[in-house]
Every structure is written in C-alpha cells, then in structure tokens.
Write a protein that binds this ligand. Structure first.
Ligand SMILES: *Cc1c(COP(=O)(O)O)cnc(C)c1O
Length: 212
C-alpha cells in the first residue's frame, strides 16, 4: 500500500529514482524487526538512546540505524556507535564532539543537518541563515562526517487541509540544499510523505503508517 503510493508519487513528480524509506521503530517492540527485514526495510529510525540500544542488540546483521531525534551532547558517542546516520544535527557545538567520537570509533557517520524551514517558534533545527556555518563546520571534519543532506519537519496540519504550508516547508529545504550543494533531503512522515516525494525527498521517515 505505502509502496504503491510512493511509486505513484514518484511518477507524478516525474522521478525515476525512489526515496529510501526509514522505518521509524521508536515505539515498536524489537520483535518486529525480522518482519520489517522480510518486507525489505533495513534502516530503522530511533529517537531515544535506550530504545536504540535495545533494538540494535537484536537487529539482523545487515540493519542500519538512523538517529532522528533531538540529541544531547552526552549522547553523541552512543549515536556514533550504533547509527550509520544522524538526521537531526541541529547544534553547531555538536559537530566537533561528534567528529571526535567518530574518529575514536574509526567510523564515518552520515549526517543530515536539520533546518527549521517551517519557521515555527521552538521547533528543532538551525535557522536557514545559520546553515552555512554548520555545513562549514561539518566539512572541516570530512574524514569523520559525511554531510549527505538536510532534514526538516513540516508543521502538523492534520485536519486543517493546509497542504500549502507543508509544501513550502519542503520546497524551501530543497532550495537550501541546492544553494549549498547538499544532495540528500530527509523529509516526509506518515501524513505528508507524498508531498515530500513531489518536492524531491530522498529519505522518508515513516512510523505510524507502517504500524497501523
Ligand atoms: C516519529 C517521527 C517520525 C515518524 O512519524 P510518523 O508520523 O509516525 O510517520 C519521523 N520523523 C521524526 C523526527 C519523528 O520523531
């Protein structure tokens, strides 16, 4: 079902490529993992380090974990240890610490910088005008951090039918990515992934819709 809708949205957008689906397993029992792997879903999104550890301990060998939540400085090493990507880098002070953790672990982490393109007060993410500084900081640690994209979260418009605001939030992220030569776009959740695909999402973060 979701797969068909993803394919249809790609066709509407004239896209030959397919976005990668990150199955957001943050509220799921670890016993769900084999079924997800059978369904072809191998990348799992987590937003709490305790649950990340729990899932990682039982995940099939070819699994990958994406950290999608607000991350605290003291959790950076844990994220670098268990995840292949961080989708919510939003604090320039984390860049050097994260890079140092990666070097100690001899790993290179994929990073998405979260940008607040919905302009909601209190929303996570750097403001668009702060993005160049964060990207420059990441690029001085290229050996440890691979900046693959930008990430955003659209405003919750359930019930209001205001697709325009969501589309603008995603389109603004795409423009920023083009301006700063970043290839990836992590955007689109259960309620808005079709709009995100039409606006160029390369990574979808899907929770609820996969676990009805
Ligand atoms: C929970 C979460 C998702 C998934 O949300 P659904 O609406 O359940 O698809 C995606 N991204 C982030 C950052 C989340 O915290």
């Amino acid at each position: 079902m979701v797969h068909e809708r993803i394919v249809a949205a790609c066709q509407r957008a004239g896209r030959a490529d397919r976005p990668q689906v990150i199955a957001v397993t943050k509220n799921q029992d670890p016993a769900i993992l084999p079924a997800l792997a059978t369904a072809g879903l191998h990348c799992y999104g987590e937003n709490r380090v305790e649950h990340l550890r729990l899932m990682h301990a039982v995940a099939p060998p070819n699994s990958a974990f994406a950290y999608i939540g607000r991350v605290q400085s003291r959790q950076l090493t844990t994220v670098a240890t268990y995840c292949t990507s961080l989708h919510a880098l939003a604090d320039i002070r984390h860049v050097r610490r994260l890079a140092e953790a990666c070097r100690r672990l001899e790993r290179r982490l994929e990073v998405f910088v979260q940008v607040n393109t919905s302009h909601e007060a209190g929303k996570a993410g750097v403001e668009p005008q702060g993005l160049p500084a964060v990207l420059d900081a990441c690029r001085t640690h290229e050996d440890a951090l691979n900046v693959v994209g930008l990430m955003t979260m659209a405003p919750d418009i359930r019930g209001s039918g205001d697709d325009g605001t969501v589309r603008r939030t995603f389109a603004d992220l795409r423009t920023l990515a083009e301006t700063h030569a970043v290839p990836g776009l992590s955007m689109g959740m259960s309620t808005d992934y079709e709009i995100a695909i039409e606006e160029g999402a390369t990574h979808l973060r899907l929770g609820t819709i996969l676990f009805p």
